[in-house]
Design a protein around this ligand. Sequence first.
Ligand code: PRP
Ligand code: MN
Ligand code: MG
Length: 178
Amino acid sequence: MTKPYTVDELISAKAIAARVEALAKEISTHFADTDKLVVVGLLRGSFIFIADLVRELDLPVEVDFLEASSYGNAMESSREVRILKDLRGEIGGRDVLVVEDIVDTGYTLKHVLEILETRHPRRMEVCALLNKPSRRETDVQAKWVGFDIPDKFVVGYGIDYGQRNRNLPHIGAVRFLE
Ligand code: PRP
Ligand code: MN
Ligand code: MG
Protein backbone atom coordinates (compact mmCIF):
# COMPACT_ATOMS: atom_id res chain seq x y z
CA MET A 1 0.00 0.00 0.00
CA THR A 2 1.27 3.47 -0.85
CA LYS A 3 0.19 6.69 0.82
CA PRO A 4 -1.87 9.07 -1.34
CA TYR A 5 0.32 11.13 -3.64
CA THR A 6 0.19 13.38 -6.63
CA VAL A 7 2.66 13.85 -9.49
CA ASP A 8 4.09 17.29 -10.33
CA GLU A 9 5.43 17.76 -13.84
CA LEU A 10 9.22 18.15 -13.88
CA ILE A 11 10.16 17.73 -17.57
CA SER A 12 7.55 18.17 -20.30
CA ALA A 13 7.01 15.70 -23.14
CA LYS A 14 8.12 18.43 -25.55
CA ALA A 15 11.37 19.06 -23.69
CA ILE A 16 12.06 15.31 -23.62
CA ALA A 17 11.47 15.00 -27.37
CA ALA A 18 13.87 17.85 -28.12
CA ARG A 19 16.55 16.36 -25.89
CA VAL A 20 16.12 12.87 -27.36
CA GLU A 21 16.62 14.30 -30.84
CA ALA A 22 19.83 16.05 -29.76
CA LEU A 23 21.17 12.93 -28.03
CA ALA A 24 20.42 10.84 -31.11
CA LYS A 25 22.45 13.23 -33.27
CA GLU A 26 25.48 12.94 -30.98
CA ILE A 27 25.17 9.15 -30.79
CA SER A 28 24.79 8.83 -34.57
CA THR A 29 27.98 10.83 -35.05
CA HIS A 30 29.87 8.82 -32.46
CA PHE A 31 28.92 5.47 -34.01
CA ALA A 32 28.95 6.65 -37.64
CA ASP A 33 31.41 3.93 -38.69
CA THR A 34 29.58 1.01 -37.08
CA ASP A 35 28.35 -1.99 -39.09
CA LYS A 36 25.33 -2.41 -36.88
CA LEU A 37 24.87 -0.88 -33.46
CA VAL A 38 23.31 -3.12 -30.83
CA VAL A 39 21.02 -0.92 -28.78
CA VAL A 40 20.34 -2.59 -25.43
CA GLY A 41 17.39 -1.35 -23.42
CA LEU A 42 17.23 -2.11 -19.69
CA LEU A 43 13.70 -3.18 -18.91
CA ARG A 44 11.34 -2.17 -17.77
CA GLY A 45 12.11 1.49 -17.23
CA SER A 46 13.78 2.25 -20.57
CA PHE A 47 11.06 0.95 -22.90
CA ILE A 48 9.69 4.34 -23.92
CA PHE A 49 13.05 6.10 -24.08
CA ILE A 50 14.61 3.42 -26.28
CA ALA A 51 11.58 3.44 -28.58
CA ASP A 52 11.89 7.19 -29.12
CA LEU A 53 15.70 7.20 -29.27
CA VAL A 54 16.15 4.46 -31.89
CA ARG A 55 13.68 6.19 -34.20
CA GLU A 56 15.95 9.25 -34.20
CA LEU A 57 19.20 7.35 -34.82
CA ASP A 58 20.66 7.68 -38.28
CA LEU A 59 22.42 4.29 -38.07
CA PRO A 60 21.80 0.60 -38.80
CA VAL A 61 20.64 -0.75 -35.45
CA GLU A 62 19.64 -3.97 -33.79
CA VAL A 63 17.48 -3.72 -30.67
CA ASP A 64 17.82 -6.07 -27.72
CA PHE A 65 16.68 -6.04 -24.11
CA LEU A 66 17.89 -7.09 -20.70
CA GLU A 67 15.64 -6.99 -17.67
CA ALA A 68 17.11 -5.91 -14.35
CA SER A 69 15.31 -4.99 -11.16
CA SER A 70 16.49 -3.60 -7.86
CA TYR A 71 13.67 -1.39 -6.54
CA GLY A 72 10.66 -3.69 -6.75
CA ASN A 73 7.86 -1.60 -5.31
CA ALA A 74 10.11 0.37 -2.95
CA MET A 75 11.36 3.96 -3.18
CA GLU A 76 14.87 3.00 -2.07
CA SER A 77 17.28 0.81 -4.00
CA SER A 78 17.69 -2.67 -2.52
CA ARG A 79 21.29 -2.45 -3.82
CA GLU A 80 20.78 -6.00 -5.06
CA VAL A 81 20.29 -6.18 -8.78
CA ARG A 82 18.30 -9.14 -10.08
CA ILE A 83 18.73 -10.08 -13.74
CA LEU A 84 15.34 -11.35 -14.87
CA LYS A 85 15.91 -11.62 -18.59
CA ASP A 86 19.12 -11.80 -20.59
CA LEU A 87 19.89 -10.48 -24.06
CA ARG A 88 18.76 -12.61 -26.97
CA GLY A 89 21.78 -11.82 -29.15
CA GLU A 90 25.56 -11.98 -28.89
CA ILE A 91 27.50 -8.76 -28.27
CA GLY A 92 31.09 -10.04 -28.50
CA GLY A 93 33.07 -7.83 -30.89
CA ARG A 94 30.04 -5.60 -31.48
CA ASP A 95 29.33 -1.92 -30.88
CA VAL A 96 26.85 -1.62 -28.04
CA LEU A 97 24.77 1.25 -26.71
CA VAL A 98 23.16 0.59 -23.33
CA VAL A 99 20.01 2.66 -22.84
CA GLU A 100 18.81 3.36 -19.32
CA ASP A 101 16.00 5.57 -18.05
CA ILE A 102 17.70 6.80 -14.87
CA VAL A 103 20.98 6.43 -13.01
CA ASP A 104 20.38 6.96 -9.30
CA THR A 105 22.67 5.03 -6.91
CA GLY A 106 24.21 3.47 -10.03
CA TYR A 107 24.01 -0.12 -8.75
CA THR A 108 21.81 -1.29 -11.62
CA LEU A 109 23.99 0.16 -14.35
CA LYS A 110 27.24 -0.95 -12.70
CA HIS A 111 26.02 -4.52 -12.33
CA VAL A 112 24.73 -4.71 -15.90
CA LEU A 113 27.92 -3.22 -17.37
CA GLU A 114 30.07 -5.69 -15.44
CA ILE A 115 28.06 -8.58 -16.89
CA LEU A 116 28.15 -7.21 -20.44
CA GLU A 117 31.91 -6.45 -20.28
CA THR A 118 32.63 -10.16 -19.73
CA ARG A 119 31.26 -10.73 -23.25
CA HIS A 120 33.88 -8.40 -24.74
CA PRO A 121 31.96 -5.94 -26.89
CA ARG A 122 34.15 -3.93 -29.27
CA ARG A 123 32.82 -0.65 -27.89
CA MET A 124 30.19 -0.10 -25.23
CA GLU A 125 28.71 3.26 -24.23
CA VAL A 126 25.74 4.29 -22.11
CA CYS A 127 22.96 6.76 -22.72
CA ALA A 128 20.71 7.58 -19.76
CA LEU A 129 17.78 9.93 -19.98
CA LEU A 130 18.05 11.03 -16.35
CA ASN A 131 20.93 11.30 -13.94
CA LYS A 132 20.68 11.95 -10.20
CA PRO A 133 24.30 12.72 -9.25
CA SER A 134 23.49 13.58 -5.62
CA ARG A 135 22.47 9.99 -4.93
CA ARG A 136 25.34 8.13 -6.56
CA GLU A 137 26.91 5.33 -4.49
CA THR A 138 28.98 3.76 -7.27
CA ASP A 139 31.53 4.99 -9.79
CA VAL A 140 29.52 4.49 -12.99
CA GLN A 141 28.51 7.23 -15.35
CA ALA A 142 26.72 7.49 -18.64
CA LYS A 143 28.52 9.00 -21.63
CA TRP A 144 25.31 10.72 -22.68
CA VAL A 145 22.77 12.09 -20.21
CA GLY A 146 19.48 13.72 -21.10
CA PHE A 147 18.93 15.67 -17.90
CA ASP A 148 20.59 15.97 -14.50
CA ILE A 149 17.80 16.05 -11.95
CA PRO A 150 17.52 16.89 -8.24
CA ASP A 151 16.96 14.27 -5.56
CA LYS A 152 13.27 13.69 -6.18
CA PHE A 153 11.46 10.40 -6.78
CA VAL A 154 10.45 10.62 -10.43
CA VAL A 155 7.93 8.73 -12.54
CA GLY A 156 6.66 8.72 -16.10
CA TYR A 157 8.08 8.15 -19.59
CA GLY A 158 8.74 4.54 -18.60
CA ILE A 159 9.62 5.07 -14.93
CA ASP A 160 7.36 3.64 -12.26
CA TYR A 161 6.43 3.96 -8.64
CA GLY A 162 5.07 0.57 -7.54
CA GLN A 163 4.75 -0.39 -11.25
CA ARG A 164 2.44 2.54 -11.92
CA ASN A 165 2.82 5.79 -13.89
CA ARG A 166 5.12 4.36 -16.56
CA ASN A 167 2.65 5.57 -19.20
CA LEU A 168 2.82 9.27 -18.29
CA PRO A 169 4.12 11.17 -21.36
CA HIS A 170 6.23 13.52 -19.21
CA ILE A 171 8.62 13.11 -16.25
CA GLY A 172 7.01 14.01 -12.95
CA ALA A 173 7.99 14.07 -9.28
CA VAL A 174 6.00 12.15 -6.70
CA ARG A 175 4.65 14.37 -3.92
CA PHE A 176 2.91 12.79 -0.96
CA LEU A 177 -0.24 14.41 0.28
CA GLU A 178 0.52 15.08 3.97
C1 PRP B 1 15.03 1.59 -11.75
C2 PRP B 1 15.40 2.40 -12.95
C3 PRP B 1 16.85 2.07 -13.16
C4 PRP B 1 17.37 1.87 -11.76
C5 PRP B 1 18.09 3.10 -11.28
O1 PRP B 1 14.75 0.24 -12.13
O2 PRP B 1 14.62 2.01 -14.08
O3 PRP B 1 17.01 0.87 -13.88
O4 PRP B 1 16.21 1.64 -10.94
O5 PRP B 1 18.42 3.02 -9.92
P1 PRP B 1 19.87 2.76 -9.37
O6 PRP B 1 20.82 3.64 -10.11
O7 PRP B 1 19.75 3.19 -7.91
O8 PRP B 1 20.18 1.32 -9.49
P2 PRP B 1 13.88 -0.73 -11.24
O9 PRP B 1 14.73 -1.56 -10.36
O10 PRP B 1 12.80 0.07 -10.57
O11 PRP B 1 13.22 -1.72 -12.32
P3 PRP B 1 12.26 -1.26 -13.54
O12 PRP B 1 13.13 -0.63 -14.57
O13 PRP B 1 11.65 -2.52 -14.01
O14 PRP B 1 11.26 -0.30 -12.97
MN1 MN C 1 15.13 -0.04 -14.41
MG1 MG D 1 11.13 0.50 -11.12
